[in-house]
Design a protein around this ligand. Structure first.
Ligand code: GDP
Ligand code: MG
Length: 175
């Protein structure tokens, strides 16, 4: 039995749904209110990936900043994957994704020198008042080196597990 330990970062503007996402994925629950994350917090999830492989995921959820902030290199150290999240009802949270991705690529790389696998998640797709079109997300995702993008709803538990599986699959394939 092999056990992989994967440090995964979850970044994006405040209110995108990062803490809800981690909580939903790790404990299966959705709560309406959370304490603002102070500093950095991490949660662990253990997956039986295949007959012979286990995956221990360390999900790093960052502080409740409203807008993009440059993160310290220490935070990125040892990361093997990243989730960049925005809220489809907030075009400013979408625009910030460019900065989050650039900061990641500037400060972190895999031990083999390749960029960190990164998935773009468009959260709150249960809401009607969208400000970001699927066409612009698709173009942005391709132009900025994301492995893929997915629409999710943490509230309705749509694509949460699928998105993490896709990311873990990519991480394991580039190791
Ligand atoms: P963070 O600042 O990125 O950690 O965001 P939070 O997880 O604290 O969520 C911010 C707000 O968005 C909270 O009120 C959540 O209940 C809400 N929220 C998170 N995910 C969803 C979702 O999928 N749909 C809807 N409608 N609200 C969500
Ligand atoms: Mg939070």
């Amino acid at each position: 039995m092999t056990e992989h330990l994967l440090k995964i970062l979850v970044v994006g503007d405040g209110n995108a749904g990062k803490t809800s996402f981690v909580h939903r994925y790790v404990s299966g629950q959705f709560n309406k209110t959370y304490k603002m994350t102070v500093g950095v917090d991490f949660s662990v999830k253990l997956l039986q990936w295949s007959d012979r492989e286990k995956v221990r995921l360390q999900l790093w959820d960052i502080a409740g900043q409203e807008r993009f902030i440059s993160m310290t290199r220490i935070y990125y150290k040892g990361a093997l994957g990243c989730v960049v999240m925005f809220d489809v009802t907030s075009s400013s949270s979408f625009l910030s994704c460019r900065h989050w991705k650039r900061d990641l690529d500037d400060k972190a790389m895999l031990p083999n020198g390749h960029p960190i696998p990164c998935i773009l998640l468009a959260n709150k797709c249960d809401l009607a008042q969208r400000e970001v079109t699927t066409d612009s997300i698709d173009k942005f995702s391709k132009a900025n080196g994301f492995l893929t993008w997915m629409e999710i709803s943490v509230k309705e538990n749509k694509n949460v597990g699928e998105a993490m599986r896709r990311l873990v699959q990519e991480i394991l394939s580039v190791q």
